[in-house]
Design a protein around this ligand. Structure first.
Ligand SMILES: [Zn+2]
Length: 298
């Protein structure tokens, strides 16, 4: 009995001694607020004048009051002062402002001595755990490179999995494609067409292309079922440590919906065996998203 986890302090991740799985124990987050919803905008902490946004802003960041990790490693990014906006509805110009802030915070956090990897992400929709509806994302700054990120950004990384048949849209510098073997029923990856390691390395034109592609794809995803799609979105960027010269920036967007308002739950055999059963054929998803056509710019 026992082993290397015997004296793990509460703020240190635990490593499963057999599987190697990393688990952060975050008991303190049970007390974080689940309010407000759209019916109580007056107390929204993210609206101008609210707790986290005392002054007018276009985009804004602050340290998360209910962090999943200690040491100012968790930040919140406000996309817009408009409570009822969505990321997609900000249009190219609004999304480009968010990308600029993502890039700035990534570099600022990433250049800390105690940070090896920065993950920018968003949970959209109450059904996948967003506790406040005001459009926002988050950032986690890790003191190590998480295993999945390390694989995708390593020497045999993401670009090897790109399949031309599954490309949904392209513009001058960006493409969007359905992954070959997605775990989730809906999955789209957006990436530059030539290798770029981090957001900060995108020139102004490429940032606008990325914003325009995000607006287009998120718009298509909302039109797929004629309902705002709950999704998880995250940005895979080159870690701050050596060994990732070939990392290729890409943004993953996934949703558990296999039909409108019908989530597919990851079930016992999948959790148990670590192999997944996806009822949506990736080629069909790519055709449907292509057929929807480009989202009208807002
Ligand atoms: Zn709000």
């Amino acid at each position: 009995m026992g082993g290397k986890n015997d004296a793990v302090p509460e703020n240190q991740p635990r490593i499963d001694p057999v599987l190697g799985t990393t688990v952060h124990i975050v008991g303190g987050r049970q007390t974080r607020p689940n309010l407000p919803d759209n019916r109580s905008t007056t107390v929204c902490p993210f609206c101008v004048g609210g707790l986290e946004a005392p002054e007018p802003y276009e985009t804004r960041w602050f340290v998360n009051r209910w962090p999943a990790m200690d040491g100012d490693r968790c930040e919140v990014i406000l996309y817009s002062p408009q409570h009822d906006a969505s990321f997609a509805s900000l249009g190219t110009e609004g999304i480009a402002r968010v990308i600029d802030l993502w890039a700035e915070r990534t570099e600022e956090l990433g250049h800390r001595a105690d940070v090896d990897f920065v993950l920018v992400f968003e949970n959209r929709g109450a059904s996948i755990g967003a506790t406040i509806s005001h459009p926002h994302g988050q950032i986690y700054a890790y003191d190590h490179v998480p295993a999945r990120s390390a694989t995708l950004l390593g020497p045999n990384g993401w670009a090897l999995s790109l399949d031309e048949r599954l490309i949904v849209a392209r513009n001058d510098t960006m493409l969007a494609a359905v992954p070959v073997a997605p775990v989730y029923p809906i999955a789209v990856t957006i990436a530059p067409t030539t290798r770029v390691g981090r957001l900060a390395e995108l020139n102004p034109e490429a940032r606008v292309d990325l914003a325009s592609m995000l607006a287009d794809i998120l718009g298509r995803l909302d039109r797929l079922h004629d309902e705002p799609l709950p999704y998880m979105l995250w940005v895979n960027q080159r870690p701050m440590t050596d060994g990732y010269a070939e990392a290729w920036l890409h943004i993953e967007i996934v949703s558990p919906w296999r039909a409108a308002n019908l989530p597919r739950y990851i079930a016992a055999a999948e959790v148990g065996a670590g192999e997944y059963f996806n009822p949506v054929v990736p080629e069909e998803l790519a055709s449907r998203l292509s057929a929807l056509g480009e989202t009208d710019p807002t």
